[in-house]
Write a protein that binds this ligand. Sequence first.
Ligand code: PMP
Length: 430
Amino acid sequence: MRSHDRSHEDFLQACSVMPGGVNSPVRAAGNVGCEPVFYDRAAGAHVRDVDGNDYVDFIGSWGPMILGHRPPEVLEAVRAQLERGTSFGAPCEAETELAREVCRLVPGAERVRMVSSGTEATMTAVRLARGVTGRPGIVKFAGNYHGHSDALLAGAGSGVATLGIPSTPGVTRGCVQDTIVVPYNDLSATRRAFESHTGQVAAVIVEPVAANMGVVAPGDGFLEGLRELCDDAGALLIFDEVITGFRLAPGGAQEKFGVRADLCTLGKVIGGGFPAAAVAGPARYLDELAPTGPVYQAGTLSGNPVAMVAGLQMLRLLQDAGTYERLDVLGAALAGGMGEAIARTGAPVSFSHVGSIGTLFFSPTPPTNFSDVRRCDTDAFARWYRYVTDAGFLVAPSQYEALFVSLSHTEDEISALCSTTEEALRVIYG
Ligand code: PMP
């Protein structure tokens, strides 16, 4: 067993000043019977904890570290910016450069509003859709997570699902009365939602690949069907690409699946490891935001120069030839290795992946919606989590999250996670 004495001490100290010792609930790892590991440093695909244990990191800060930790070019850009200023609360050139890059890469993007978190991005996109259409209704999918703004905390995945919180105290009925929750991958239910709210739906917001109930791919025709339903009803289609943006393809899921969204929310990768996120879309919608339009949105640290130069460098590095092919190769290696581990052990588990994100589901067939995921054996998941973590692999402490592969991972590291998983499955089901 690895020693976690110092992490334990740090956790006790943290609990004395922060709720649950953490600033974001899924880090707490209580649902898998663990305490959080306190990180000390990271490089490439590896992190070291405060007790000196090394791990191969398959969390990657939940998405941003697509190149691995501390890419030298990003650090260089950040260092140079630190010498010039860390926050101006006024325009800087890096904002325009990054926005221009987003417009070049993301289908349909002519304008970008920078914000600091994915939560702000989706909240802004929803407000904008309501402002533009003059309608109140938002259709969202059970198990999709779009951050923690009130209107979107209904039927949410990620930490809300992990902690089994059915509805969050503090979110009033009024805040979610216009949020219509339907099952993921269910076009008929979505059509019925439109029919029972004729002329009332401002937008459908969707994770084009769900990654907050584990990774669940969109079924054939699902995204195309949403496009059609939105067009028929005059509603906006919002792709929440906070995870998939710049990861599945340079232009995210819109590019990968060839379906155009009206608004797209971006986060994680766009900040290069610093707090940045964005809403992108056509000028006719984005220009409705203040100051050009009446839909208000603002932020002291929005377009922060350090985050902007980090994100810009990150996006440039991702455009190196072969980047996305390599991510897909590594993702396929993970899926292939997990598939073999499952076949050899005969364990009642399945592996789902899209590109470089994937999830080991403790259910015999891959889930297609939130109800399926809810039937997974989370006790067995927790045993797998503890086994692989103790063997030196950092994976998300919840069945409702993804494994993230980065360009820093090697095939050997991926295959080591798969063989350790095979051992774990033998122990759990042996
Ligand atoms: N949307 C999606 C799809 C996400 O995965 C997340 C966070 N994991 C968010 C929105 C919220 O982003 P943030 O945590 O930066 O507020």
